[in-house]
Design a protein around this ligand. Structure first.
Ligand SMILES: [Zn+2]
Length: 169
């Protein structure tokens, strides 16, 4: 019994000595799946984002998802709006339109949103991750503190697009 405890303690210490390495964007995007390729269904992402995260964090999931998106958006190394739009296209986040684009105001609409398009209305906006991602990328492009506010949502509120007003500070 004592032997086993000492053994598991030794194993725990050994584990703790291994530095915790973060998975960065470049590493995460290295995909080797010879049979299945680099695409998966939307179900997996939605179950993680809308079902599992909300179940564990509740209302806090919105803020967590926003900050996750914002940090990610800022870390992508994007310097031009066209590059961000190209990335959204390749990740199939949705069909992105930018109907308002000025030095003071930007409005982004996401059609066929990966998170929510097709859901039964739930009465609140859902696409905080996308909002954060857009805010983070735009912050790096315009070099001003940027905040995204979701004002319309397809699956959350029954709108035609998930619309984000971007505020600068
Ligand atoms: Zn939405």
């Amino acid at each position: 019994m004592i032997m086993a405890t000492e053994k598991s303690l030794a194993a725990a210490l050994e584990q703790a000595a291994i530095p915790h390495r973060n998975v960065d964007v470049g590493n995460a995007l290295k995909v080797v799946r010879p049979s299945l390729g680099n695409e998966a269904g939307i179900a997996l992402y939605r179950l993680l984002r809308l079902v599992a995260l909300e179940d564990i964090i509740g209302r806090g999931a919105a803020g967590t998802a926003y900050i996750a998106g914002k940090k990610l958006g800022m870390s992508l190394g994007i310097g031009k709006l066209e590059d961000f739009l190209a990335l959204c296209h390749s990740l199939k986040i949705g069909i992105i339109k930018v109907p308002v684009l000025s030095a003071e105001k930007i409005h982004v609409d996401v059609y066929e949103c990966v998170t929510c398009s097709g859901l039964d209305k739930v009465g609140r906006t859902l696409c905080h991750f996308e909002g954060g991602l857009i805010a983070g990328a735009v912050e790096m492009i315009v070099k001003k503190r940027t905040r995204a506010h979701e004002v319309t949502c397809i699956g959350g509120l029954g709108d035609k697009a998930c619309g984000f007003d971007l505020e600068f500070r």
